[in-house]
Write a protein that binds this ligand. Structure first.
Ligand code: UDX
Ligand code: UDX
Length: 455
């Protein structure tokens, strides 16, 4: 039995390893983390992350061939293949602050692997990293002549939160980058064999290391660029009385453009998009490619602009002031079906509304715990209320910030009757039936659409 180890039991490491354990009963899979609480939760009834369909997969494999532990050193020694999926946040200090990736956890992990390895290992980069990180990793791993051979591979994760299990079971592709040397290609084959337990061969792409590392950044840059493109157009739609949903549909039917990722919104969030683009911008600047850097940085600027624009439109509609007005925020997670709020556009929108002295009641089916942490400095100015009906009572306005399915079927007439008039609804995700809301009596503002106003 070969031993797989994953360092980092987060959103990426946990679900990915649970899937490998399920599909590869001939491997023992261990996930370690320095966070004891997380490791305990993975072995409990309440997993540390919310992800549809994840629980039964963990339950099926736990303590059979899937193990969670805080013993990093001991498990490194036993492992044949080590996936590294520790977090790589944007640097908040020193050179490259705000853009470059903070690689301190990565480097510490590399040193731990070196210290505790007594046999040859394949080390797989699962975290998203700047191009040529594998080179730095190899330099650290090969800095001692202890007779151990390390082969570094890149195998970026493309799963999206909320659909992680579906993405893992049926990926568009699995990307594996390795050196062209004999040992490099042997390591690539070993990793290909793991995925081949359930992924068709034609979907497993192998490339050189640097292409694989760069492809992950580029995939996220292209996806977020599409969102910023349609969001930029949503501003133009509002100015011209075009309807962004109609425009998206019209252009999305062109098979060269495609229909996915064209939903105008309050902006993209999540732990990856902004971080990865800024990381790529930093790389471009490092290589003196300033025009390229400026081009991609615009994707982030439009995203910031979109959030500000949403708040400005709210304030303008509500007679240019929201002071002491109760606004019910429906949805705080960065997207539906997750409790994750990292870089959620709701954070910036709520902060801007609080700066305008609005009084907020925040509701979300899964993210209230994280919302409390994100808005810690304003905690005495906010109420948190899981029930959307209770959150909306006596509010001047509702703002839909996450596209939760359950918000589509709320009884908006019942809600309207409990609100202060004139009642406003700001649909930041374009998920509601705006004409019907207008007919109930709401003043309706949606992204990239003409305002429906009784005033
Ligand atoms: C993933 C990817 O791995 C990362 O590259 C990407 O940029 C963001 O998404 P994710 O799984 O979402 O990371 O991150 P997180 O949930 O923060 O998990 C990382 C885990 O690594 C944490 O549980 C943390 O405790 C652990 N960790 C971190 C270690 O075990 N050791 C360390 O030295 C640092
Ligand atoms: C993303 C990538 O999709 C995934 O491949 C990568 O591994 C990690 O980053 P994730 O952040 O989980 O995944 O979510 P995603 O579904 O891509 O959505 C990101 C953000 O864009 C969300 O805030 C979402 O609401 C927003 N979005 C998405 C839009 O505003 N409009 C769209 O059309 C699509």
């Amino acid at each position: 039995m070969r031993n797989i180890l994953c360092i980092g039991a987060g959103y990426v490491g946990g679900p990915t390893m649970a899937m490998i354990a399920k599909k590869c009963p001939d491997y023992t899979v261990t996930v370690v983390d320095i966070n004891e609480d997380r490791i305990e939760k993975w072995q409990s009834e309440t997993l540390p992350i919310y992800e549809p369909s994840l629980k039964p997969i963990v339950a099926e494999t736990l303590n059979k061939n899937l193990f969670f532990s805080t013993d990093v050193a001991g498990n490194i020694t036993k492992a044949d293949i080590i996936f590294v999926s520790v977090n790589t946040p944007t640097k908040t200090f020193g050179k490259g602050a705000g853009k470059a990736a903070d690689l301190q956890y990565w480097e510490k992990t590399a040193r731990q692997i070196l210290t505790h390895s007594k046999s040859n290992k394949i080390v797989v980069e699962k975290s998203t990293l700047p191009v040529r990180t594998a080179e730095a990793m190899e330099r650290i791993l090969n800095s001692h002549d202890n007779g151990v051979h390390f082969e570094v591979l890149s195998n970026p994760e493309f799963l999206a939160e909320g659909t992680a299990i579906r993405d893992l079971i049926n990926p568009d592709r699995v990307l594996i980058g390795g050196h062209h040397s004999k040992s490099g290609q042997e390591a690539v084959s070993e990793l290909v064999n793991i995925y081949a337990h359930w992924v068709p061969a034609e979907k497993i792409l192998t490339t050189n290391l640097w292409s694989s590392e760069l492809s992950k950044l580029v995939a996220n840059a292209f996806l977020s660029q599409r969102i910023s493109s349609i969001n930029a157009i949503s501003a133009l739609c509002e100015a011209t009385e075009a309807d962004v949903e109609e425009v998206s549909k019209a252009i999305g039917t062109d098979s060269r453009i495609g229909s996915k990722f064209l939903n105008a919104s309050i902006g993209f969030g999540g732990s990856c998009f902004q971080k990865d683009i800024l990381n790529m911008v930093y790389l471009c600047e490092y290589y003196g490619l300033h025009e390229v850097a400026n081009y991609w940085e615009q994707v982030v600027s439009i995203n910031t602009y979109q959030k500000q624009r949403f708040v400005s439109r709210m304030i303008k509609s509500m007679f240019n002031t929201v002071v002491d007005k109760k606004i019910a925020i429906l949805g705080f997670a960065f997207k539906a079906n997750t409790g994750d709020t990292r870089e959620s556009p709701a954070i910036d929108i709520c902060k801007q509304l609080l700066e305008e002295c609005a009084s907020l009641t925040i509701s979300d089916p899964k993210a209230i715990k994280n919302a409390k942490k994100d808005l810690e400095q304003f905690i005495d100015k906010i109420e948190f209320e899981p029930d959307p009906y209770a959150a909306a009572a006596n509010a001047h306005a509702l703002a839909i910030l996450t596209e939760w399915e359950e918000y589509k079927s709320l009884d908006y007439k019942k809600i309207f009757d409990t609100m202060i008039k004139p009642a406003f609804i700001f649909d930041g995700r374009n998920i509601l039936d705006h004409q019907q809301l207008f007919d109930i009596g709401y003043n309706v503002c949606a992204i990239g659409k003409p305002e429906l106003s009784h005033l």
